[in-house]
Design a protein around this ligand. Structure first.
Ligand SMILES: [Cu+2]
Length: 170
């Protein structure tokens, strides 16, 4: 399994470089809402287009089974991806990931410098103070819905540079 994951990440990186990874899984519109997994504290650091915006939240798994987060989408953004920031030799690097484990009885924070969402193509009219809905796909076929508050670019001073990096790299 571990080998599969790293192979996926390598593929994801090249797919991303080639043009916005078509491999991400989307939650089916009719997927049942998970009763075990819930989302809280979701917010989006909105940057002016075409820079992608970062999304952050906490996912809680109250169930007795581990489950994997495998994709996300939003009716407010044309594209939502799961990214991971990693420090390698003092350099911060970002890559798209295809699954993130949610341990049974545990929680996972998507936050600056770690896993986070990258949201592109905001619908016109979406503005600071709005609530954007993001749906997450789980590998058990269920979905999780989060209401995310849209906040300004300076919402978190520690995040300065994240959007710049996205804009320059992609
Ligand atoms: Cu990113």
């Amino acid at each position: 399994m571990a080998g599969g994951v790293s192979a996926c990440m390598v593929l994801a990186t090249s797919a991303w470089a080639a043009g916005h990874g078509a491999m991400a899984q989307m939650p089916a519109a009719d997927a049942p809402v998970s009763t075990a997994v819930t989302a809280s504290d979701c917010w989006i650091r909105q940057l002016p287009a075409p820079a992608p915006s970062g999304g952050f939240l906490v996912l809680h798994n109250a169930g007795t089974q581990a489950v994997n987060l495998v994709g996300a989408r939003s009716s407010d953004y044309g594209q939502v991806m799961i990214h991971q920031t990693k420090e390698e030799n003092g350099v911060s690097k970002m890559s798209m990931v295809h699954q993130v484990a949610l341990p049974a009885g545990g929680q996972l924070a998507l936050k600056p410098g770690s896993y986070h969402l990258m949201l592109e193509q905001a619908r016109s009219g979406l503005k600071v103070g709005d609530q954007a809905q993001v749906d997450f796909a789980l590998d058990n076929g269920q979905r999780v819905t989060a209401q995310c508050e849209v906040r300004p670019a300076n919402a978190m001073p520690g995040m300065a540079g994240h959007g710049m990096k996205h804009g320059m790299k992609h």
